[in-house]
Design a protein around this ligand. Structure first.
Ligand code: FES
Ligand SMILES: [Fe+2]
Length: 348
C-alpha cells in the first residue's frame, strides 16, 4: 500500500534552480517539469508529452509555452496542446496535467493533490535565503528510503547522541532529556533546554564558554518541513527561566536557524533540502560555511543509518516497530499526514 500523501505542498526545488530552462523533478513518483514564464512566474506541468510520452523537460521554452523536442507538439501553461506540426487541428483532450505551483521563501512548492484544495496559506514558513536576520547556506541530499523514515528521524532527536556524536558533538543529554511536545496547527512543536552542555564550535562568542545552556525549539509541519531555532546562553539561564522558553531579557551568546524539507520523490526514494546558518547578529559567512559543512556531514550520518534501516524493513515488511516514549511526536505527525487525503480532513 502506498504511503504517499497527495494533498500537500511539496518542495520541488530552490527558487534559484528554476529558470527559463525546463527541469524535471520527480514528486510522489510522478515526473513534473518546471520552468518560469516570461514574467518569472513558475509553471509545473506533467513531464510527459501527450503525444508519445516523451519528457517535456527535454523540450524548449517558447514564450510562456513549452515545445516537446521529440515531434514538436507545443503546450500552453494551462496544459493544452496549441500546435501539432503538420496537422491543422489539435484533437480535443490533447493536453498534459498541470499542478498548482507557488513560490515562497526561496523554495518552489507544488501541490500534488486535488487542485480545489490547494491553499497557499498552508505552505510552511521557512526562512528565505535573503532574510536579513540570518546568514544561510544550502544543501540537498537524495535518499534511497521512504520519506517517512526521514520525517521520523527529525521528529525524534534522541538519535543525536548516537548518530551525531562526531559531527554535532551531541552528548548523552540529547537522549536523556525529553522535549515538550505540543500539537500546532500544521504539525508538532518540540522544545527544550539542554542545560550545562559543552559548546559546539563554531559558535562565535559561545565558544569562549566551557559550559552553556542550549535552547532548541522546532516546528515539524506538513508534509515534512523542519524549522529549528537554536540559541546558546550562559550556563544557568535554563534554571533562571524555570525551564520555560527564554525571554528577551536573557543574555544570548549565539543563535542559528535551519529550514529543512523532506520530499517523497517516489515510494522508496526521497530528496532532502536544507538551509542553515547563524543569526546575522552573531555570525558571518565563514561561520555559516562551517555550519553547513557540519550539517552536511551530520545528514550523511543520518542517510547511512536510514538507508540501512530501509533495507532491513524491506527484508521483512511484516515486522512492525515498537514505539518508545520519545516517539510521541512521530505518532502524532504520522496520524496528521494520513488525515490529509481524507475528504473531510481538517487543516488542524
Ligand atoms: S512525444 Fe512529444 S511530440 Fe511526440
Ligand atoms: Fe540526524
Amino acid at each position: 500500500m502506498s504511503t504517499l500523501v497527495r494533498n500537500c505542498w511539496y518542495v520541488a526545488g530552490w527558487s534559484h534552480d528554476i529558470g527559463r530552462t525546463p527541469v524535471q523533478r520527480m514528486l510522489l513518483g510522478e515526473p513534473v517539469v518546471l520552468y518560469r514564464r516570461e514574467d518569472g512566474v513558475p509553471v509545473a506541468l506533467e513531464d510527459r508529452c501527450a503525444h508519445r510520452l516523451a519528457p517535456l523537460s527535454m523540450g524548449r521554452i517558447e514564450g510562456d509555452a513549452i515545445r516537446c523536442l521529440y515531434h514538436g507538439f507545443l503546450f500552453e501553461t494551462g496544459g493544452q496542446c496549441r500546435q501539432i506540426p503538420g496537422q491543422d487541428v489539435v484533437p480535443p483532450g490533447t493536453c498534459v496535467r498541470t499542478y498548482p505551483v507557488c513560490e515562497k521563501n526561496s523554495w518552489v512548492w507544488v501541490w500534488m493533490g486535488d487542485p480545489d484544495r490547494a491553499d497557499p496559506s498552508r505552505i510552511a514558513s521557512s526562512k528565505a535565503l535573503d532574510d536579513p536576520d540570518w546568514i544561510l547556506k544550502t544543501g540537498q541530499l537524495d535518499y534511497d528510503a521512504n520519506y517517512q523514515l526521514i520525517n521520523d528521524n527529525l521528529l525524534d532527536l534522541t538519535h543525536l547522541a548516537y548518530v551525531h556524536a562526531a559531527s554535532f558533538g551531541a552528548d548523552a543529554a540529547w537522549s536523556r532529556n525529553r522535549p515538550r511536545i505540543e500539537r500546532i496547527a500544521e504539525g508538532v512543536r518540540s522544545s527544550r533546554w539542554i542545560a550545562d552542555s559543552p559548546p559546539i564550535p563554531p559558535l562565535g562568542e559561545a565558544a569562549h564558554h566551557d559550559r552553556v545552556d542550549i535552547w532548541t525549539s522546532y516546528d515539524f509541519v506538513l508534509p515534512g518541513v523542519f524549522l529549528l531555532y537554536t540559541a546558546i546562553y550562559p550556563a544557568g539561564t535554563a534554571q533562571a527561566c524555570n525551564g520555560e522558553a527564554p525571554g528577551d531579557g536573557q543574555v544570548i551568546l549565539f543563535d542559528n536557524f535551519t529550514s529543512q524539507a523532506v520530499v517523497p520523490t517516489g515510494e522508496r526514494t526521497s530528496r532532502y533540502y536544507y538551509s542553515w546558518g547563524p543569526g546575522s547578529r552573531f555570525g558571518d559567512d565563514a561561520i555559516a560555511q562551517v555550519m553547513i559543512d557540519t550539517a552536511t556531514l551530520a545528514f550523511r550520518e543520518d542517510k547511512l543509518m536510514i538507508e540501512a534501516q530501509q533495507r532491513i524493513i524491506d527484508a521483512d515488511p511484516t515486522r512492525l516497530p515498537r514505539p518508545a516514549t520519545a516517539d510521541r511526536a512521530i505518532t502524532i505527525f504520522q496520524r496528521l499526514m494520513k488525515s490529509q487525503d481524507c475528504p473531510t480532513a481538517p487543516p488542524s
